[in-house]
Design a protein around this ligand. Sequence first.
Ligand SMILES: [Zn+2]
Length: 82
Amino acid sequence: MTLSNPNRALKPCPCGKPVERLYMTEGSTFRWRYVEGCGCGWMIETRIDTMRPKDSAVDYQECVEAWNEMPRASVGDRLNRE
Ligand SMILES: [Zn+2]
């Protein structure tokens, strides 16, 4: 299996700190994960695919995707404008 790619680039936390790895904790149900980057309190909740066999490496990849897709820039833009 070559699912985990340690060199996969992670976008920085919305607080501005670079993120080297994500921390996952179980969300409101087993289908969800809270994903945290630098420990400043910023986190997202993302749904994982529970139809496939359980595999924490795949969970992690899904969380990486969700983290990188988090709309951090637009949030910052809005705050700066107000
Ligand atoms: Zn942060």
